[in-house]
Design a protein around this ligand. Structure first.
Ligand SMILES: [Zn+2]
Length: 334
């Protein structure tokens, strides 16, 4: 069932798709972007008595940013996740944080230095603002600080103005991108399959959160094109990286190497069956006389020798990995 109604987060007119059997709603809002949410979480947001009433615009900004970064696809938000959004490290806590969000937005949209970017005041979510007025104030303040150039004509009939990053603004954006020492993000590089998905959801995710950090995992199968830039951008913004070598996925070597090159701490982990284990390998072939040949040979399955001297966490099961990760993060990441 589809219908139009006001978006609960920003009160703009939005399109709703209702999936009663799955208890979920898909909402397409011009300000917040498209988000899918469980019905009980939506009802909770709608409750005017809820303490969250004054935080709706921050949740709106979060959905918008998630969507712009390509991280919102096929994600359904639960009540528990909505409850956590406000405390996430990347959600602004101050006016300065919001101003930085606006700068980052302009940078994200720019394909070359000084490209004029349209700032539509009807989309305050781009900088986690409560209303068009707050966004307009931020815009003019950035102009006064010479971080953006506000000259330029916006398309007629829109509530928009143009912005171009100045050299000072571009430098500030670079500084923000490099500001990982204060980041709460932990990038998790690992194999993607059903078994490892369960390990991630039930153990790695919990371990990282238990130590006050926020895990981020990017499934490269869900993306195309600029996935590499996207991964590199997120690693740069992270405080540290967890690299799990179970399954010996090549991307994990790459991501761990990149983080190491940036000087970020890397925690190496691997299931014991993949770390250093002799296994039987089946070989099938044909003898020169045409008869089939089938045999097994012993081979060593192990992580690359250059990495063996790293202080690996070798794990047998999820709870053990979770426990060891918490201890390692607490001991080495401050
Ligand atoms: Zn909205």
């Amino acid at each position: 069932m589809t219908y139009s109604e006001k978006c609960v987060l920003c009160e703009a007119e939005a399109d709703f798709e209702d999936y009663p059997i799955a208890f979920m709603l898909k909402i397409s809002c011009g300000n917040c972007s498209t988000y899918t949410i469980l019905r009980n979480a939506y009802d909770d947001l709608k409750d005017d008595q809820s303490y969250r009433k004054n935080e709706r615009h921050l949740i709106s900004g979060y959905f918008r940013e998630l969507s712009e970064r390509g991280l919102a696809q096929e994600k359904t938000f639960t009540l528990e996740e909505i409850n956590r959004i406000i405390s996430l490290p990347w959600v602004p806590k101050s006016v300065e944080d919001k101003a930085n969000k606006l700068l980052s937005y302009i940078d994200r949209r720019s394909s070359y230095f000084q490209e004029p970017i349209e700032i539509n005041f009807d989309t305050p979510a781009i900088a986690y603002c409560k209303n068009p007025r707050e966004l307009a104030c931020l815009y003019h303040e950035l102009g006064k600080l010479n971080l953006i150039n506000t000259n330029g004509q916006a398309p007629k009939g829109t509530h928009a103005m143009m912005a171009r990053l100045t050299l000072t603004g571009a430098k500030e954006v670079e500084r923000l991108k490099q500001a990982s020492p204060n980041s709460k993000q932990c990038f998790v590089a690992m194999r993607f399959d059903q078994q490892m998905d369960n390990i991630y959801k039930n153990h790695i995710d919990s371990a990282v959160k238990a130590t006050g950090f926020e895990p981020l995992r990017i499934n490269d199968k869900e993306h195309n094109g600029d996935i590499c830039d996207h991964i590199i951008g997120e690693i740069k913004k992270s405080r540290f990286l967890i690299a799990d070598f179970t399954g010996l996925r090549p991307g994990v070597y790459y991501e761990a190497g990149f983080a190491h090159g940036l000087g970020l701490p890397v925690i190496f982990t691997c299931h014991e069956d993949w770390f250093d284990k002799e296994i039987d390998r089946q070989i099938k072939g044909t003898f020169p006389d045409g008869n089939p040949c089938e045999c097994t040979e012993k081979t060593l399955r192990s992580v690359h020798f250059d990495l063996e001297h790293r202080n690996f966490i070798i794990w047998k099961n999820g709870p053990e990995l979770q426990d060891k990760l918490i201890k390692r993060i607490n001991a080495t990441i401050s």
